[in-house]
Design a protein. Structure first.
Length: 122
């Protein structure tokens, strides 16, 4: 981050490499000082941090899907109807416009999450 100006972009990049190392492009950028002046400067890039992801509930080695998606919608349906069978989830998926195969996968993942194994009585 220097106030020195350079006569060409190429010379500014060479100076940045010399001052900050060959991976200078990760933290610094070369920009024209003012449009049309032909003077170039080295500027430090603003530091951006990703927003932290919300913690998802985990049981039996399975994480609950993030809220707002289609998988979460299937899980919400299964939470409201815990005794749902494969046949019933197929019918519900067709009625709600979900992908039937994905709904079936979500059923079995939801069952593993809740520790349900074997057959469920309808």
């Amino acid at each position: 981050m220097t106030t020195q100006t350079y006569t060409s972009k190429k010379s500014a990049q060479a100076a940045a490499r010399r001052i900050h190392g060959k991976d200078y492009a990760k933290r610094f950028e070369v920009q024209e000082a003012e449009l049309g002046t032909g003077e170039w400067v080295i500027l430090e890039k603003p530091v951006t941090t990703a927003a932290p992801k919300p913690a998802r509930e985990e049981q039996n080695g399975v994480k609950r899907p993030a809220p707002g998606g289609l998988c979460a919608a299937v899980w919400d349906y299964l939470d409201a109807h815990p005794g749902t069978t494969a046949k019933q989830i197929r019918e519900a998926a067709e009625g709600k416009g979900w992908n039937v195969n994905n709904a079936m996968c979500e059923l079995y993942t939801w069952r593993k999450f809740n520790g349900i194994s074997g057959r469920v009585k309808a």
